[in-house]
Design a binder for this molecule. Sequence first.
Ligand SMILES: Nc1nc2c(ncn2[C@@H]2O[C@H](COP(=O)(O)OP(=O)(O)O)[C@@H](O)[C@H]2O)c(=O)[nH]1
Ligand SMILES: [Mg+2]
Length: 297
Amino acid sequence: MKGLLRGLRKTKERLFGSIQQILSGGALDEGAIEDLEAVLLGADIGVEATERIIERLRASTGGAAGAADYRRIIAAELLLIIGETPKPPPPAGAPRVIVVIGVNGVGKTSTIGKLAYRLKSEGSSVLLAACDTFRAAAIDQLELWAERAGVPLVRQQMGSDPAAVAFDAVQAARSRGIDVVIADTAGRLHTRVNLMDELRKVFTVLSTRMEGVGLEGWLVLDANTGQNSLRQAEAFTAGLPITGLVLTKLDSTAKGGAVIAIQQKLRIPVLYVGLGEGIDDLAPFDAEEFVAGILGE
Ligand SMILES: Nc1nc2c(ncn2[C@@H]2O[C@H](COP(=O)(O)OP(=O)(O)O)[C@@H](O)[C@H]2O)c(=O)[nH]1
Ligand SMILES: [Mg+2]
C-alpha cells in the first residue's frame, strides 16, 4: 500500500531516524533504552504501549542482538498491541448505514467524500445524507463531494432535524436498492449537550424506526492532535455507539504513532486513515503496513 507509506513519511522520518541512530550505537544499554523510550513517547505512541515495548526490549538485551533484532522486537510488539483490537466485519443488515461523527475541522466531510468514492469503486452503491444541517455551507460542501464521487445525496434545508434527514436517506436508499448510506453530522463543540442529544437521536431513530439497518458510528479524529484527541474521543464514545475510528491528516503529522495510543486506549479499531486532501487519499488501516511504515522496514 504505497499510500499508507507515503502518508507516514513524517512520522517515519522522526521515529525511524531516531531509532536507527540509537540502535546503531551497538549495545542496548540503560542510556539507549531511555533514549528509545523518549522517542516512542515523542511519536505519541502512548505511555502504556511504550512501556510494553521497553519491557520487551529489556527482556531481550541478554542475547547478542543487533539493531535489526531490536527493530523486529519493537515491530512485533506494536503488531501485537494493534492486533488486540481487531476490525470486525460490518454488522449484518441493509442498508449499511455509517454515521460519521467528530468535532469541526477534523475531516468528516472530506472523509465521507473519499469513502464514497472508494466504496463505489469497490462495487457498492452509495448515498450520502447531509445530516450536518447546522450550516448551509456544510450541506453544499457535502454536495460537492457527492458530485466528485458520483453518488446521490439526500438533503433538506438548513436547520432541519438531522434524524429526519437520516431517516429520509435510509428510506431513499431502501427504495433504490442502495448498499451504503453515509451520514455527515455537525461537529460544533462536543461538550454541548444538545449536540450529543441530536446525534443520539439519529442513532435512536435509525435503530428503532428503520428495522434491519446495519448501523455503525464512526468517529473521525485528526492525527495532528495526537493523544489530545483522546479527550474528544472519550466525550463522544461516552454518549454514542462508536464502532470504528478514522484518523485523518496522517500526511501532515509526525505524530502518526497516536494511532496506536488511541486505539489501545479506546479499544475501538482504526478502520481508515486520511492521507491527504484528494479523493483517493483514504486508505484502509493495515497494521502490518502501518508498522512497516513507521519503522522503515
Ligand atoms: N492534509 C490533509 N488534510 C485533510 C485530510 N482530511 C481532511 N483534510 C482537510 O481538513 C480540512 C477540514 O476538513 P472537513 O472535511 O471540512 O472537516 P469537517 O469539519 O470535520 O467536516 C479541509 O481543509 C480538508 O481538506 C487529510 O487526510 N490530510
Ligand atoms: Mg463538515
